[in-house]
Design a protein around this ligand. Structure first.
Ligand SMILES: [Ca+2]
Length: 194
């Protein structure tokens, strides 16, 4: 009887440990913050995800942007940018930042198949997102460049605060001053692959 209780206690401890280890690496995709990724030719615009589990920020999680074949083909890629899978690891705050070097707007609704980028956390499919870029009027081959034609495209939506997927650079579902501020630097620098 004593042995059986001891065994049961040990087994319970082992199960608890296993459960803890498993849930420790599992993201809560609904609670996590995963905006559309911003690509800029000079890699100057960071996109930060915050990945959490049910017990708080997920530290050391592998986060992958997996571009679909169609999404990968529709984007402009600088030569130094690894793709179609871009990977990072979260810090103790659950944050991982990507500075994607490229261009092109990948709006899932207008992509064949309807998916541009799948975000995986520790190999778990978390969310489908799109890509936005100051190089909105892009080519599909480098050099990707932010130029006058992009400024012309941005001017209307920014000046009238008219929402459109491709011009919402900070993923707040609005197009306005904050997006203009993000656009200004690469536009003023005529950002290109470097
Ligand atoms: Ca916005």
């Amino acid at each position: 009887m004593v042995h059986r209780n001891k065994f049961a206690g040990t087994l319970a401890a082992v199960l608890l440990t296993l459960a803890g280890a498993a849930s420790a690496g599992i993201p809560d995709c609904t609670l996590s913050t995963i905006p559309n990724v911003v690509a800029s030719p000079d890699g100057s615009i960071p996109t930060t995800f915050t990945i959490v589990s049910t017990s708080g920020p997920l530290n050391g999680a592998t986060v992958e942007l997996r571009y679909t074949a169609v999404g990968d083909a529709a984007a402009c890629w600088c030569a130094t940018q690894v793709h179609p899978i871009i990977s990072g690891v979260t810090n103790p705050s659950g944050q991982v930042t990507f500075n994607v070097r490229g261009g092109g707007c990948l709006k899932p609704a207008t992509i064949a198949g309807g998916v541009a980028i799948r975000v995986f956390v520790n190999n778990i499919a978390c969310k489908e997102i799109g890509q936005v870029s100051p190089d909105v009027n892009s080519t599909t081959s480098p050099p990707c460049t932010v130029s006058l034609s992009d400024a012309v495209d941005f001017t209307g939506p920014l000046s009238t605060s008219t929402y459109s997927f491709c011009f919402d650079l900070n993923s707040d579902n609005q197009v306005g001053l904050t997006d203009a501020v993000i656009f200004t630097s690469p536009a003023a620098n005529a950002a290109t692959c470097n």
